[in-house]
Design a protein around this ligand. Structure first.
Ligand SMILES: [Mn+2]
Length: 328
């Protein structure tokens, strides 16, 4: 069942000063696996630094160790090993990894995305796992690190959020077994579900109200547009990430998308695209072709341009992929 990359175990044993990083626009699995890896390495007596491109969002600030995550400008250049968690490609981690500064430092990749590009020196990629946190359950076991306390809480958080609390089609018996270990180790399922999936800010609900009153639907694809003005009006956006998952509950839709207008680091307009698919449909390939990544049922990418420019490019691709799977 576990099948852990032996070179990863070896690398962990032989290196002592380890930088762990995860992806931009972090979700529960990004935080859970980053912090979980931190707790595993801490238990093994390693010197470990955790870094993320984004500031820690409200719903994850209570995770044990979250306050130790450092910002890109605090990341040094002298580590023995860099571990990428839940990131399908090198550019997914933003500015915490810098090609010129970190060149020559061995990179280990631990990820479950089917779109992973195997960009590390060591690649442990398990698309059959529902979360990177599930993989870390196996890793902790192999390293004889007890799945209790802070580690169990972090890892269960990633499994719960990536499976929408055990409801996605990749929730196998193995996922439930991994979760069972963590709950036996003291992780509280109800508390984790409450913090991550069952609450969102008033601003998010108001934003959803605005966006839902102007939904679009064509050829089995449902989508919502979120402009910068609407984002500003909404204010606190804690718990924003679930709109796409809600849209796909529409009976008439096979694929859903949200398009959120942002300003990128160069001050230019960019659009964050988030896709969901009903079982039997696949949005991973669309995201990958557009420079993003993800899973068959949930994927995403960020594209330069305005809402109008990006949707003109993306919607035909979504409709096309929907038609292919609908005709099978
Ligand atoms: Mn994940």
């Amino acid at each position: 069942m576990s099948m852990i990359e032996p070179s990863l175990i070896q690398a962990i044993h032989t290196h002592n000063h380890i930088l762990c990083i995860s992806h931009v626009n972090p979700d529960g699995d990004a935080y859970g696996s980053l912090l979980g890896m931190g707790w595993i390495l801490h238990h093994l007596g390693k010197q470990v630094v955790l870094a993320m491109h984004d500031q820690t969002s409200k719903e994850f600030q209570l995770l044990p160790g979250a306050h130790q995550i450092i910002a890109p400008n605090a990341v040094a250049d002298h580590y023995d090993l860099i571990v990428f968690l839940d990131a399908s490609s090198r550019d997914r981690v933003g500015s915490v990894y810098q090609e010129n500064r970190h060149q020559g430092i061995p990179v280990a990749v631990i990820d479950h995305h089917v779109t992973n590009t195997y960009f590390g020196d060591i690649n442990w990629v398990r698309p059959d796992c529902a979360a990177t946190c599930q993989m870390l359950v196996y890793l902790a076991d192999a390293l004889q690190v007890p799945l209790t306390g802070a580690l169990a809480e972090c890892l269960l958080t990633g499994i719960v959020t990536d499976t929408l609390c055990f409801r996605t089609s990749n929730t196998t018996a193995e996922v439930l077994e991994a979760a069972m270990h963590l709950i036996r180790g003291g992780a509280d399922l109800a508390t984790i579900t409450q913090r991550t999936l069952n609450q969102r800010s008033l601003g998010v609900l108001k934003l959803w109200g605005m966006v839902l009153s102007e939904l679009h639907f064509e050829e089995g694809v449902i989508w919502a547009l979120i402009s910068r003005e609407q984002l500003k009006t909404a204010g606190d956006l804690s718990g924003d990430g679930q709109l796409s998952s809600m849209l796909i509950t529409a009976l008439e839709a096979d694929i859903s998308a949200t398009f959120t207008e942002k300003i990128d680091e160069k001050g230019l307009s960019a659009v964050e695209c988030s896709f969901r698919a009903k079982p039997g449909f696949n949005v991973a390939t669309v995201a990958l072709e557009l420079g993003g990544g993800g899973h068959p049922a949930a994927s995403g990418c960020t594209l330069p341009g305005t809402l109008a420019e990006v949707t003109t490019k993306v919607l035909p691709a979504l409709k096309q992929v929907r038609a292919i799977y609908a005709n099978q």
